[in-house]
Design a protein around this ligand. Sequence first.
Ligand code: HEC
Length: 121
Amino acid sequence: MGGAQAEKPSQDPLTEGKSRYMKDCAACHGATGVGDGPVAGALHKAPSGLTHLAARNDGEFPTDYVRRVVDGRDLQQLAHGSVEMPVWGNQYRSSLLALSEQHVQRKINALVVYLQSIQAK
Ligand code: HEC
């Protein structure tokens, strides 16, 4: 190889999504996604289990829905009541690195890929 410095290879979405999930989501939704994280008891509304999203949707993983819920920025449009979940679209946007919208979408996409991988069969 040699020549121009190669860009740091990015992780595949599943690996990235999993480590991000453990960091940002497991406290509420539980390490295995069944909704039993350590913070769950302190919330008004129990965090949802995330392993039956596909089963609930006739066996098809509801990609767009999950993307929107995790992003959260347009949730006012959904009849969702009070949401105790952080608005990740804003969190990722306003991080110290001042990430671009593209990066925000990449993070959310990785999470969606990971969640799809933990659906109960
Ligand atoms: C502070 C606790 C908390 C954290 C952290 C959190 N969530 Fe949530 N999440 C909730 C709660 C509570 C609900 C239920 C919200 C409601 O229905 O009003 C929810 C709902 C959801 C839903 C909708 C589930 C359904 O049954 O429709 C998805 C998907 C989801 N969260 C994904 C994530 C992901 C991905 C992360 C990490 C980036 C995350 N959550 C982090 C508390 C949390």
